[in-house]
Design a protein around this ligand. Structure first.
Ligand code: C2E
Ligand code: MG
Ligand code: MG
Ligand code: MG
Length: 283
């Protein structure tokens, strides 16, 4: 009886794995096509100053993909497949190019936005061509390097620390900013962060969400902000959804805020409209 059940369980599990593998290869095929056909889109979410939330201090570029057969697939899902298949390299190149193009178009219109942040995944940090690709994209669009900030998750930074350090340093030497994304979830030690060429810490959404339910999270945020400022790093809070969360962050010295409270990620056109309406931010 037990043996019978075990066999059935295994069959269900194998079936599950098979379906998953099929789905993955479907996603891969459709993703190749989407790259060729230009079906990916970049949306943007503004970053505002906690001291004056009318000022837009930057925007994060976020990939969006709606596929005719598979429907809308969230980035967390297709980025995984892109990483496993190596498609992340051409996709990542496209993201950098598109972000530079959008930013240059806004600037050409006289709209000022200090910088655009672009997410970079672990696989992209294995590619020696990245600094050149980025430098060329900046040059092509007449942008200073300070206009781009690269976001790398804390976990990726810690995993790839040794191998990627020279590449990270090359990117930093170009003059682009480097943000540690989802900070606080990756168990990195202060001494490690200190030796990395980074300019910004983005406090993970999970801490912001629990500010008023978990005293530890309050303490952690206060400690991260203090530590960041000691190290001359700017701080960004992600996933800010309520005025109370914003007030806490502002009162405790966090520099920038990003989240649904201010704006959901929106199309490039919608961001342009927000920029037109916002007072100019000089930083
Ligand atoms: P991330 O870089 O940490 O991006 C922030 C995520 O939080 C975004 O999810 C954003 O829509 C969401 N978010 C923003 N404000 C709020 C809020 O107030 N509440 C809540 N609940 N969520 C909020 P999204 O767009 O689904 O992206 C998920 C992840 O996919 C990103 O996390 C990033 O790791 C990855 N990703 C997105 N675009 C790219 C890309 O171009 N390249 C790479 N390598 N990864 C990307
Ligand atoms: Mg990010
Ligand atoms: Mg994040
Ligand atoms: Mg994330």
């Amino acid at each position: 009886q037990a043996k019978q059940q075990g066999r059935e369980g295994l069959a269900i599990y194998e079936n599950h794995l098979e379906r998953r593998a099929t789905y993955r290869s479907q996603v891969e095929t459709r993703m190749r096509l989407a790259l060729e056909q230009g079906a990916f889109e970049l949306h943007y979410q503004p970053l505002v100053r906690t001291q004056d939330t009318n000022r837009i201090a930057g925007a994060e570029a976020l990939l969006r993909w709606h596929d005719k057969e598979l429907g809308t697939i969230p980035p967390d899902e297709f980025i995984d497949v892109a990483e496993e298949t190596g498609l992340i390299v051409p996709l990542g190149d496209w993201v950098l190019e598109q972000a530079c193009r959008d930013l240059a178009a806004w600037r050409a219109e006289g709209l000022h936005i200090p910088r655009v942040s672009v997410n970079v995944s672990g696989h992209q940090l294995l590619d020696d061509r990245l600094p050149r690709t980025l430098a060329q994209a900046l040059k092509r669009h007449g942008l200073p390097p300070t206009a781009i900030e690269l976001e790398i998750t804390e976990t990726t930074l810690m995993e790839r620390e040794k191998g990627s350090l020279p590449l990270l340093q090359q990117l930093r030497d170009l003059g682009v900013g480097i943000a540690v994304d989802d900070f606080g979830t990756g168990y990195s030690s202060l001494s490690k962060i200190k030796h990395l060429p980074v300019t910004v810490l983005k406090i993970d959404r999970s801490f912001i969400q629990d500010i008023f339910t978990d005293d530890n999270d309050k303490a952690i945020i206060i400690a991260i902000v203090a530590m960041a400022h000691q190290l001359q790093l700017r701080t960004v809070a992600e996933g800010v959804e309520t005025p109370e969360q914003l007030a806490f962050l502002r009162d405790n010295g966090c520099d920038l805020s990003q989240g649904y409270l201010h704006s959901r990620p929106c199309s490039a056109t919608a961001l342009r409209d927000l920029l037109r309406a916002a007072p100019r931010d000089q930083t």
